[in-house]
Design a protein around this ligand. Structure first.
Ligand SMILES: [Zn+2]
Length: 89
């Protein structure tokens, strides 16, 4: 499979703005991305889970993008905000 674009382009539009080195994320990292995607509720985990089901287990992306996406502080902040919003109902 030839995938030369960053997986996170839809989120960070990064193909336009940077030419950073692409890395290949393996299964463990993909699983981290899946759990973050579920928190972000962006639906991306569906195709990632498929990827793992198919045992492709490889995802091309920028190192900086995957770090940003799975950043614990960002994820926690997002989760907290989501929880607070739920509480207000
Ligand atoms: Zn990227």
């Amino acid at each position: 499979m030839e995938q030369q674009n960053c997986f996170f382009d839809w989120k960070y539009n990064c193909q336009q703005i940077k030419t950073g080195k692409l890395i290949v994320a393996r299964k463990q990292r993909i699983q981290t991305i899946i759990s973050c995607s579920k928190i972000y509720d962006d639906g991306k985990y569906v195709e990632l889970e498929k990827l793992i089901e198919n045992e492709s287990n490889e995802l091309t992306c920028h190192k900086s993008c995957v770090s940003m996406y799975t950043d614990k502080n960002k994820v926690n902040t997002f989760e907290k905000r989501k929880r607070d919003a739920d509480d207000s109902t």
